[in-house]
Ligand binder design. Structure first.
Ligand code: GDP
Length: 451
């Protein structure tokens, strides 16, 4: 028998008016009965709420509302009791302690969701999306997590697995029951279209997973440029608040400043780097090294130039370092006379003035455009979003590519089934149809307590 687990499910103990303590397992109602003022609570109907007191040695500990939810129509598919108690730290912990004294065990992080998964209430993809949902900061992140949770992504993976399994079973029939061969003869040629179809769908899923990652984690934007071109002013203009230090003394913004905004539903994580230049000043040097490192870490870099100055050698260097189509040049101070000569580059160029808040919208739009996120169809946000899922999809694609190659080399079809099965298994692992205990433990440990 599984033991009965308990945890505080709400956050910010001591701040909110109410806390919820959740208990799941066969003994939930028995344990509640022992500590609740209403001694008939064990007979209560499922999905009902009851008023009463948590008692300890005849003493009233707290006035509470208790929800009773009987298996199997619950989050974990087990009997669940939720106690709505007062939000104080001491009270909540006292009740938790009493429940543990009466036989419940403190849940490990993610254990409720793990049980939901093990009891077949959620698949692995859906379970992982609960964590994403809890961490969502933007609407798009929420939609993405909900689409996982409601099974849209699962359907996509399942349909691919169905295609592979159909092919596998046709091949097996050909081998084991050659008398049926007339009906569905499998040849090198007639398996090609299905293989190509699966390959293309997988490639699309992997390609789109990049969008999923960006929606989930946000776009990391590094703002670079030599001192005094207006990086901090630009950051402030983007943030529309005064987070960065703005000054005309060179090299003040030594440490990178990070701040986030949500633009068109996408989280932009902005980093204002220290000016990159050769310097003998040790403190400044640390900043410079950090900047170079940040360019590497960033998803996109904005190089800020001064419209009122000619391009320096350092800036020409920087242009070379970051010259790829994804990055952006922002020519700042366009309110001042133009001294900067036209620049030859593959990058998009936006001109404006950080001080006068000109060109800022255009710049933010350009960031979104460079990632092709401007026309996101919210209903189709069903990308794979974490490394585990993406790695497995890539492995499945690898398997399919090998099958296609071997098929071209005229390798007997029954030998191809080995690699086809691996593709099917790898896709299965994404939704947890095929798993190792260790993997499952690992996934659920990342959850917060009480979930
Ligand atoms: P950073 O060292 O690159 O971070 O540059 P700052 O943001 O500290 O700006 C340096 C100086 O340029 C400050 O005096 C700003 O007020 C000024 N500045 C920033 N943007 C503009 C602009 O668009 N036009 C003009 N005229 N001055 C600006």
């Amino acid at each position: 028998m599984e033991d009965t687990i308990v945890a505080i499910s709400t956050n910010n103990i001591g701040i909110g008016a109410i806390n919820i303590i959740r208990m799941s397992g066969q003994e939930s109602l028995e344990i509640l009965q022992q500590v609740f003022s209403n001694k008939k609570i064990k007979q209560a109907k499922s999905h009902t709420i009851h008023y009463g007191f948590i008692m300890n040695n005849g003493e009233k500990i707290d006035e509470v509302l208790v929800s009773i939810m009987r298996a199997p129509k619950t989050y974990t598919k087990e009997d669940i009791v939720e106690i709505n108690c007062h939000g104080g730290y001491a009270i909540t912990n006292k009740i938790l302690e009493i429940l543990i004294l009466h036989g419940a065990r403190l849940a490990e992080p993610g254990e409720f969701t793990k049980r939901a998964y093990l009891n077949g209430r959620l698949n692995l993809l859906e379970a992982e999306s609960i964590e994403d949902l809890l961490e969502s900061q933007t609407e798009n992140q929420t939609i993405l997590a909900m689409n996982h949770l409601t099974g849209k992504t699962t359907k996509l993976i399942t349909s691919l697995r169905d295609k592979i399994v159909k092919l596998l079973s046709n091949i097996e029939v050909n081998i084991d029951y050659p008398e049926y061969i007339d009906e569905l003869q499998i040849t090198k040629e007639n398996i090609k279209p299905v293989l190509t179809e699966v390959k293309e769908e997988l490639e699309k899923i992997i390609q789109e997973a990049k969008n999923g990652e960006l929606i989930k984690n946000g776009i990391k934007v590094a703002i670079i440029g030599k001192p005094n071109v207006g990086k901090s002013s630009l950051l402030n203009a983007i943030l529309e608040q005064d987070k960065a230090i703005v000054t005309n003394i060179q090299g003040t913004t030594r440490d990178a400043i990070e701040a986030s905004i949500v633009y068109q539903g996408i989280l932009l994580n902005l980093i204002d780097t220290a000016g990159i230049r050769k310097t003998n000043n040790i403190v400044e040097k640390i900043g410079v090294e950090k900047s170079k490192q940040l360019i590497k870490e960033a998803d996109i870099t904005i190089l800020v130039l001064n419209n009122n100055e000619e391009l320096s050698k350092e800036e020409q260097n920087l242009l070379q370092i970051i010259d790829n189509q994804n990055n952006i040049i922002f020519i700042n101070k366009n309110d001042l006379p133009t001294k900067l000569k036209p620049i030859k580059t593959n990058m998009s160029i936006v001109s404006g003035s950080a001080q006068n808040k000109k060109g800022i919208e255009q710049l933010k739009n350009q960031i979104i455009k460079n990632f092709h996120l401007e026309n996101l169809n919210k209903k189709e946000l069903n990308y794979l979003t974490n490394i585990r899922q993406i790695t497995l999809a890539k492995e499945a694609l690898n398997n399919i590519n090998n099958v296609i190659k071997d098929n071209e080399k005229n390798i007997p079809i029954d030998i191809l089934t080995i690699e086809l099965k691996s593709a099917w298994e790898n896709l299965g692992k994404i939704i947890g149809e095929y798993y190792e205990d260790e993997l499952v433990d690992n996934i659920f440990k990342r959850f917060c307590l009480g979930k």
